[in-house]
Design a protein around this ligand. Structure first.
Ligand SMILES: NC(=O)c1ccc[n+]([C@@H]2O[C@H](COP(=O)([O-])OP(=O)(O)OC[C@H]3O[C@@H](n4cnc5c(N)ncnc54)[C@H](OP(=O)(O)O)[C@@H]3O)[C@@H](O)[C@H]2O)c1
Length: 333
């Protein structure tokens, strides 16, 4: 495993981290506690030291499992969580504004779930652009940083515009963005600014919810409780979070073309190459693929040790994106 400096925090985090939306056990089907703990243990054994979660993944389940794991491991693990969407879920809409009381409740609950005294990284969880623009949510996190309950803060965002707004605040230390072969706009529009301002970049949905592993066929049916069923067209939340916003069957066609360029093999499967594509952008601090099975986590970690993709492969993928994929991307971008 290779490590990269996480922006202004100065901390070295693994270039492959672990996303744990799956461990909530709600939006990706069941993942048992035993399997979840096995995924966490194996990942950290293999060098992962950065884990991303959120208070709403299984309404605290993902955080609580990580808390349990932290008690069992001797390794130093940096855990990033998120806040903001609990209000949206529980009250079926955004609050008029976030108050100090709401933030305190969410921070304190995450601390309890994780079993820590201070949160390594707290992130706003895709809150509306207007709220980011007025800057109040940032000042609230500054308060909790001063109290020592959080060490660093950043934002999980949906569009380039939002990323640019967040980076204007001197306290913002990281951005979490949807970044993968399907969604390349980040490369030219966000990464150069982040590099110049020394902002840590976390690449989420790196496998386009599994599409970029090449394992699906057209017409695949996902279980009812899987967001790839109920949010394939953005019915429940931002369509970009599901298949990176690409219509599923169209995505399968793109994957065939991407395969021809990447030429995956038994030794280096497509998922590893898709993660490698992201890692080849050195502005990225960590790529955070999710996993429902231990084998997936093991395979994804290997993306850190395979060779970079060639210049020609990068150029061909950029061409494919510009000429064919970009018009199909849906959702705020
Ligand atoms: N708004 C936000 O802030 C936000 C939104 C989305 C995600 N995130 C974070 O980003 C993380 C990553 O994004 P994501 O989990 O949505 O999408 P992802 O990493 O692109 O896809 C994960 C899914 O791909 C499949 N997969 C992973 N590795 C595989 C492998 N080696 N071989 C075959 N299949 C594999 C698994 O699906 P199967 O179910 O088919 O096994 C897994 O559940 C999340 O866990 C979460 O921490 C944050």
């Amino acid at each position: 495993m290779k490590y990269r400096i996480f922006g202004k925090t100065g901390v070295k985090i693994s270039e492959i981290g672990l996303g744990t939306w799956q461990l909530g056990g709600s939006d990706w089907g069941d993942v048992s506690e035993k399997d979840a703990l096995a995924i966490l243990h194996k990942s950290v054994e293999m060098g992962v030291n950065f884990i991303d979660t959120a208070d709403v993944y299984g309404m605290g389940r993902s955080e609580r499992l990580i808390g349990k794991f932290l008690k069992e491991t001797k390794e130093t693990v940096y855990v990033a969580t998120k806040l903001g969407r609990r209000e949206w879920i529980e009250n079926k809409g955004w609050p008029a504004k976030f108050t100090e009381k709401m933030v305190e409740r969410d921070v304190v609950d995450s601390l309890k779930n994780l079993g820590v005294e201070s949160i390594f990284l707290q992130q706003w969880h895709c809150i509306p652009t207007e709220m980011l623009k007025n800057g109040e949510p940032f000042e609230l996190l500054e308060k909790f940083k001063k109290k020592g309950l959080i060490q660093h803060w950043g934002c999980s965002i949906e569009s380039i515009e939002e990323g640019l707004i967040c980076m204007e605040h001197p306290g913002c230390e990281s951005l979490q963005v949807i970044y993968n072969i399907f969604r390349q706009k980040v490369s030219g529009h966000l990464l150069p600014v982040a590099k110049q301002k020394n902002i840590g970049i976390l690449a989420r949905v790196p496998l386009a919810s599994g599409l970029l592993t090449g394992k699906f066929k057209k017409g695949h049916k996902f279980p009812e409780k899987d967001h790839r069923n109920y949010n394939a067209d953005g019915t429940a939340f931002n369509v970009g979070e599901t298949f990176a916003g690409v219509p599923f069957d169209k995505g399968i066609e793109f994957v065939e073309k991407i395969k021809e360029i990447l030429k995956p093999s038994q030794e280096i499967p497509m998922a590893q190459m898709a993660l490698r594509w992201i890692l080849d952008h050195d502005e990225v601090s960590s790529v955070i693929p999710g996993a429902t099975k231990i084998e997936q986590a093991i395979s994804n970690i290997k993306a850190s040790s395979i060779p970079s993709l060639s210049h020609s492969v990068h150029t061909q993928l950029e061409q494919l994106y510009k000429t064919e994929i970009e018009p199909y991307i849906r959702g705020k971008y």
